[in-house]
Ligand binder design. Structure first.
Ligand code: FAD
Length: 399
């Protein structure tokens, strides 16, 4: 299996910085430390934003950012002091920079079933890494497939089908399983040529034999090796699409791998640059997991929250570590109940969309939680929710 430490996480970049304030010792010197006036820092990819903020704080100006072994700069920063968010200054592939990421056309053109089960696209796995930290429960992997040579394209919020190899108990080829897409339409490499999934290995005890049973497709995906072929169908789904409105309020309620479509939303909102989609609204993720070690994509989520405090709110419900007001485990519905009045108020705006994704069991608890706030305002939640669904503002994908 592919190592959990990602290539991106290990990449190093050299920052050339001019105009840095020096320390007490060097400030007293009457000559510059380097003749060019620049200083150079080697920074891992994961710390790029932090380093940019530090440089700005010190009054520095980033002249260029090059890969550690780089020849050409991957970014040249012309503005004197404004730190650029990582999506702007990270090494965006050349073809992506040239290609405008238009949304208007794609909005009206929802791709579906480009590849059908009788003729799936065979993509190669190019990345497979663990998302659950040590001490966490179960196995969840982030898996990426190369779509080069295919016509497969998709939008945030859609799913793809995966056909596991081999045959079922009746000797018939396995049926496809659906997985929510965890990458934006541009893919994790921003070259429009990959698709990523967030897959939990299904594991349960056989009700009669009590033997441990592992799910066929989820086990196949969690163990797929880099370079291996995978049969892909789709895309499918129109329920979980993200509105094009840049001022929208997007409430996202996820449990476990239900984070997948929201990762795509958040990457589109905050990590990518688009000509015609510059998110200025409010995105609020309420994320339920059993333990801190199970917070999928934790580092990236918290980085977005730190960088965009006015536009992104991150709320966890960590069931085995936090308590609800009654002293029991803190599940997502308890967090929703805690914020129900606020959610209710937000839902009054036509610009608000609420999304729910993950375990099937989460729906009733969330309905109960919001119905209390609705009742306080003299409304019947089931009636109101129907209206929201009609307006395509209440989106549910549970499995
Ligand atoms: C729209 C959609 C999106 C989805 N997105 C994702 C995603 O992003 N990530 C993800 O990991 N999954 C996702 N799923 C679930 C995924 O499609 C598969 O259902 C899941 O991976 C299990 O498939 P499998 O082949 O591993 O299990 P299978 O081998 O097909 O086993 C599943 C079967 O095992 C039995 N079973 C399961 N649990 C128990 C139990 N506790 N006791 C007794 N029997 C049991 C049931 O008969 C069940 O039908 C999604 C599903 C849908 C419909």
């Amino acid at each position: 299996m592919y190592s959990p430490s990602t290539l991106a996480g290990n990449r190093l970049f050299v920052y050339e910085v001019a105009g840095l304030n020096q320390n007490d010792n060097t400030d007293s010197l009457d000559y510059s430390i380097r003749q060019s006036g620049s200083v150079f820092f080697t920074v891992p990819y994961s710390r790029m934003n932090q380093e940019m903020r530090r440089i700005t704080r010190l009054g520095g100006r980033i002249v260029s950012i090059k890969p550690f072994n780089g020849i050409a700069p991957v970014a040249t920063v012309s503005s004197a002091s404004t730190p650029q968010p990582i999506a702007q200054s990270s090494p965006v592939p050349e073809q992506t920079k040239k290609k405008a990421m238009t949304q208007a056309k794609e909005k009206t053109d929802i791709p579906v079933n480009i590849y059908r089960p009788n003729q799936p696209f065979i993509g190669k796995c190019i990345e497979n890494y663990a998302l659950v930290d040590e001490g966490g429960i179960g196995i969840v992997q982030h898996v990426t497939f190369d779509l080069s040579g295919s016509d497969l394209r998709y939008l945030e919020g859609q799913s793809i089908g995966i056909i596991p190899p081999g045959t079922d108990a009746n000797g018939k080829p396995h049926k496809l399983r659906l997985y929510s897409i965890a990458s934006t339409r541009h893919g994790d490499k921003l070259d429009d040529k990959t698709v990523s999934l967030c897959v939990r290995q299904l594991e349960y005890q056989h009700p009669e034999t009590k033997e441990t049973v592992y799910g066929v497709c989820s086990t196949h995906l969690c163990n797929v090796e880099v370079g291996a072929d995978v049969a892909i169908t789709g895309p499918v789904g129109k329920e979980m699409l993200l509105p094009g409105d840049e001022d929208a309020t997007i409430i996202m309620m996820a449990t476990g791998t239900g984070i997948a479509p929201f990762r795509a939303f958040l990457w589109r909102m905050f990590k990518e640059q688009h000509e015609d989609y510059k998110f200025k609204g409010l995105a609020w993720l309420i994320f339920g997991v059993p333990k801190t070690a199970n917070i999928l994509y934790q580092e990236e989520l918290e980085k977005i929250a730190a960088e965009f405090p006015d536009n992104f709110r991150l709320t966890y419900a960590i069931s085995r570590e936090q308590q609800n007001p009654q002293g029991g485990r803190m599940y997502i519905q308890h967090r929703v109940a805690e914020h129900a009045d606020e959610i209710w108020n937000l839902l009054q705006s036509p610009k608000t969309h609420a999304y729910m994704c993950g375990l099937k069991g989460m729906e009733d608890g969330i309905d109960d939680a919001i119905s209390g706030a609705a009742a306080k305002n003299g409304a019947d939640w089931s009636v109101y929710q129907k209206q929201l669904k009609k307006e395509h503002r209440w989106h549910v994908e549970t499995y």
